[in-house]
Design a protein around this ligand. Structure first.
Ligand code: ZN
Length: 142
């Protein structure tokens, strides 16, 4: 049930078992430039990527909360050998950032020179619409 992102999963998507109807506020939020997580009304645990149910206490009473987007880089990797589906991209950097709220987010890290990237540095999690019109989120300079 718990979806743990790892650096081996290159494509950043939310848990495929999540019903799309329950998750659409997430995409609506990205369109408006907000990154949303779900929070359990019962135990208060925060989930990102958002989940429709709380794996902790099995409650379905979840509410949408906007993340502060203030993050600190915990780890990162620069990907030079891209998977087949990402061959059209230049080498890119993927990072795990810990948000002020305590949740960890796996996302691309852009806007920095590779030599500038340090573990522990402050970044901002930002909603983004790609030139292809896809909604996503990434870490950018604060
Ligand atoms: Zn809960």
């Amino acid at each position: 049930m718990t979806y743990m992102p790892s650096l081996r999963s290159r494509e950043i998507k939310i848990a495929p078992q999540t019903p799309i109807s329950k998750i659409s506020p997430f995409w609506e939020g990205l369109k408006e430039g907000k990154v949303l997580a779900t929070k359990c009304r019962k135990c208060g645990k925060l989930y990102f990527p958002p989940t429709p149910d709380c794996p902790e206490c099995l409650s379905s009473e979840m509410e949408w909360v906007q993340l502060s987007c203030e993050a600190e880089i915990e780890t990162f990797t620069h990907v030079v050998v891209r998977p087949a589906s990402f061959q059209h991209h230049k080498p890119y950097t993927v990072a795990i950032g810990k948000l002020k709220e305590g949740v960890k987010v796996l996302a691309w890290l852009t806007g920095f020179k590779l030599s500038e990237i340090k573990v522990g540095m402050k970044v901002k999690l930002a909603a983004k619409t790609t030139p292809e019109g896809e909604l996503t989120y990434e870490f950018v300079p604060p």
